[in-house]
Structures are given as C-alpha cells and as structure tokens.
Design a protein around this ligand. Structure first.
Ligand SMILES: [Zn+2]
Length: 149
C-alpha cells in the first residue's frame, strides 16, 4: 500500500475549494477533505466537474471516466474504483430522483446517458446538485453560478 497523500486542493469555476468552499485566496477550513485526507462522494463529484472536458466521449463526456481519473488523483489508484463508484451512484440517485423516479428503470445507464446527451454546464451543475443531495444540504443554483470549463 502507498502512503496516504493529501493532494493539492482543487479550485472550481467560482475560484473556491471544492472541499470546503474557501476562496482560493484563503486557507482551507480545518475540516476540509484536502486537510483531513478523507474524500467522500460529494467532494469527488465537485472536483470531477471541472475535469469533464478532459474526458470527451465522442458525443458529450464520459462522466464515469472523469470520476475515476479524479478519484485516482484524490484517493490514489487502489481506492479509486470504489470511490468513483460511490460518487457515480450518488449522481445516479440524484438523476433518478430528478426524474420523479421515472428513470429508475435505466438507473444502470443514467450516468452514461447523462454524459452523452446533456450540456456541459448542466452536467457540472447536476454533479454539484448531486453532491449537495448526498450531503443533505440544499443546492443553490445562484451560488453555483456560471460554469465555464
Ligand atoms: Zn478546502
């Protein structure tokens, strides 16, 4: 096993840390995952949103590959599979819930389809919304603002 590492913090489109929301000019909160080294699905989803354009899928983007590559950076290769699966499941939960449950039948494919057929900014926003839902906090579209890759 490799030594646990604390990767450089990831700054989002709002110039804020994806772990704790601190502005990039400010230090992270002590409880920030980039301080503690404990990365849950929510921070992984937010960190991956800014990496989508690095994983084009012919049409759209490969969200699962983006989550996996981001997880490798944050938690290391040996834990990346489980961590990215957990984040993808949180996104699937959000997307199924957003459909009013109608998408339950395509839960296994919903993240894949979402990546192919949804606008980049909308995918990123859904990843933040899924992260908020996973953490039991209200998603605020105004705070999310304009996503630019
Ligand atoms: Zn932070």
């Amino acid at each position: 096993m490799t030594e646990p590492t604390t990767p450089d913090r990831v700054i989002d489109h709002n110039n804020e840390c994806v772990g704790c929301g601190a502005h990039f000019s400010e230090p992270c909160h002590p409880s920030c995952p980039f301080e503690t080294g404990h990365f849950g699905p929510a921070v992984l989803l937010r960190a991956a949103a800014g990496q989508l354009t690095q994983h084009p899928a012919g049409v759209g983007y490969n969200i699962s590959a983006t989550l996996f590559a981001t997880a490798v950076e944050l938690v290391g290769g040996s834990a990346a599979g489980a961590a990215s699966d957990e984040a993808a499941a949180a996104l699937a939960d959000f997307l199924v819930a957003s459909s009013g449950g109608k998408a339950e039948a395509i839960r296994d494919q919903i993240v894949y389809r979402h990546g192919l057929f949804t606008d980049l900014a909308e995918i990123a926003q859904s990843m933040y919304a899924a992260a908020a839902r996973h953490d039991g906090i209200e998603f605020n579209a105004d705070d999310f603002g304009e996503f630019t890759a």
